[in-house]
Each structure stands twice: as structure tokens, then as C-alpha cells.
Design a protein around this ligand. Sequence first.
Ligand SMILES: Cc1cc2nc3c(=O)[nH]c(=O)nc-3n(C[C@H](O)[C@H](O)[C@H](O)COP(=O)(O)O)c2cc1C
Length: 150
Amino acid sequence: MKVLITYNSVHRGNTEKIAKTIAAAIDADIMKYDEVDGYNILDYDLIGFGSGIYYGKPNKELLEFIDELPPVKSRKAFVFTTSGKGNPNYTSALAGKVSLHGFKVIGEFSCKAFDAWGPLKLIGGINKGRPNTDDLNAAEVFIKGLINEE
Ligand SMILES: Cc1cc2nc3c(=O)[nH]c(=O)nc-3n(C[C@H](O)[C@H](O)[C@H](O)COP(=O)(O)O)c2cc1C
């Protein structure tokens, strides 16, 4: 199965850490969203979309990138997010966007990550050191489970 991981990670590289772990676990191709030629995406059986969360939403550029992809029908995808709160609802919002474009979303992964946004900077940020080894292990378990089910 040919798998592509694509993401944007603008705050602290937190989502990029998850993206790299997932890609390495299953030997997938990995590209930042702006390195993907939209038409090459059709070469892949499964695509993972990852984003940090900013003001309650996934990264705007990543969402626009998804909008501009060539039409797909029932192509499989999964989504992952990192955020200060680690709220799975954030991930569902990204899954919703991906489904609206025609993908069949077969998995979602979320984790808490270092957040030093705005006033949190004053206290040195929250979730220091995350994603940590446990988070990266959880991401690996998630993707291996997903691939085994396919
Ligand atoms: C401008 C900004 C807004 C943010 N808004 C939220 C938010 O609404 N909820 C939340 O849980 N985390 C929020 N965060 C924290 C990020 O989601 C978190 O640090 C995430 O891991 C960043 O991913 P990245 O390092 O891959 O960009 C925000 C961070 C920034 C910089």
C-alpha cells in the first residue's frame, strides 16, 4: 500500500514530529503540504493529513490545499492534529474537511503538545516536552493498527 503523509506545522514543529514518526513507522512518503503536487496525490492508496490547531481550527493553508486537490472519490485518508488542549474534536473538524473533499476517513489521531501561544508564554508554555516518547509511541501504535486493518 502506497501511503503519503502531508502536513503543516508552523508553531513549534509539534505536528511535524508526529508526521515523521508515523511515516517512519510504515515507511511512507512524507511531504509538507506545499511540496505536494496535487496531481501526484492520486498515486497514493492512503493519505494522512496533519495539522496543529490555531484559534480552534486546523492550519488555514492546509485547509486551502485540501480544497484545491483534484477531485477524489472514496480514496482513503486519515488525519492527525496536535494542540494545547489535545481535544479530539479539533481532529474531527479536519476529518470533516477531508471527507467533504471526497476522501473516506479511516482514522483520527490527536495529542497534546507544547503550547506557548499568547499569555501561555508568560508561564513558559504548557505541555513542555510534548509530543514526548509516549505520544510518539501512541502515534506509532495508531498507524500500525490502521495499516493492519487494511
Ligand atoms: C496562534 C496560535 C493559536 C493556538 N490556538 C490553540 C487553540 O485554539 N486550542 C489549542 O488547544 N491549542 C492552540 N494552540 C496551540 C497549538 O495548537 C499547539 O502548540 C500545536 O502543537 C502547534 O502545532 P505545530 O507546532 O505543529 O504548529 C495555538 C497556538 C498558536 C501559535
